[in-house]
Design a protein around this ligand. Structure first.
Ligand code: AMP
Length: 311
């Protein structure tokens, strides 16, 4: 099933202990689209400025991503984000965010983007997410990401759009902040009570957990010896997860399917962090993804044998 994604298309400046990039292609919608493009057709919706060139669009086009709804705003500047990571790659500091063309952006979706069965609302202002959600009333599956900024300044708007989606994908800290519940499971249950049927808690290098009405599932991150740049890992994870679901149009989207989707999200994210920005996923192959999913299956399978425990 084709997938539409709305979210940031960006230039990122990133410093990690292993190097730095002053201006690289980034943005939540870009990372998501590249990952999801391994599963189905992806349509990207979002604004860019005059400074966004054909070379950047070609990165998406090379993976057959439909960029027809990437809107160029004359005289505008592309969204810019600057972040820095220390030795703990699970936490980062945002040093600068310039909304640029996102200020005053009103999403105009083509008939093609509106006809997608699957929608991903990447991290942007929740009223914009709501607007796009309303333009795809018949979508079969809608997932959403957000961030602490919107929980801080637009919580009511965020809850309004969460009520209209099937799956919420957030960092564990964001889930706790959103619900004011310190326990991950009770935080997830609270979000489920608002309408979604699945909550995925991203836990950075520790993996991700899934909570649905049917149960609980968790996967560790793929064990890598070298992580270069975690930027975009969350969106790449979401691209793998949502892409996998989109690839299964005949199946009901229930707990077991979601657990398999989590494995693909985890595998995709592990490649993303091996290099700066989109560098690694740009040269990734389907065979590499499949091999890593198989490895993950091996790492996480175990059998418990009966044991006489001492009284
Ligand atoms: P992630 O590491 O998965 O959380 O996503 C990082 C990407 O999100 C970067 O490529 C940034 O361009 C983008 N980003 C950072 N801050 C924001 C924001 N406030 N709104 C939208 N996108 C953002």
């Amino acid at each position: 099933m084709p997938i539409t994604v709305v979210g940031s298309i960006a230039f990122d400046a990133v410093t990690t202990p292993f190097g730095q990039r002053e201006r690289m292609l980034g943005g939540a919608a870009v990372h998501f689209a590249l990952a999801a493009s391994f599963f189905d057709e992806v349509r990207v919706v979002g604004p860019v400025g005059d400074d966004f060139g054909e070379a950047e669009l070609d990165v998406l086009r090379r993976r057959r991503v439909d960029v027809g709804d990437v809107e160029r705003i004359p005289g505008g500047r592309t969204f810019f984000w600057r972040g820095e990571y220390g030795w703990d790659l699970n936490s980062r500091e945002t040093l600068d965010t310039q909304l640029g063309v996102f200020e005053g952006f009103s999403p105009k979706l083509s008939d093609t983007s509106r006809s997608s069965d699957v929608l991903f609302l990447a991290n942007i202002q929740p009223d914009l997410q709501y607007d796009v959600r309303s333009q795809l009333p018949d979508a079969r599956f809608v997932a959403l990401d957000s961030m602490n900024l919107w929980i801080d300044i637009a919580r009511d708007s965020l809850v309004r759009v969460i009520e209209q989606v099937d799956c919420v994908i957030l960092n564990d800290a964001e889930l706790r902040q959103l619900t004011a519940k310190p326990n991950l499971i009770s935080a997830a249950r609270e979000v489920l009570s608002w309408g979604p049927r699945a909550v995925v808690a991203k836990q950075g290098e520790y993996g991700a957990a899934l909570v649905t009405a049917e149960g609980f599932f968790a996967l560790p991150a793929y064990p890598l010896e070298e992580v270069i740049d975690p930027t975009g890992a969350g969106d790449t994870f979401a691209g793998g997860l949502v892409g996998y679901l989109a690839h299964h149009p005949q199946s009901e989207i229930e707990h077991t399917l979601l657990t398999r989707a989590m494995a693909y999200g985890t595998a995709l994210a592990s490649f993303n962090v091996e290099a700066f920005g989109t560098e690694r996923v740009e040269r990734l192959s389907g065979e590499e993804i499949a091999a890593r999913v198989e490895e993950l299956e091996g790492f996480t399978r175990f059998e418990s044998t009966p044991l006489q425990l001492l009284a």
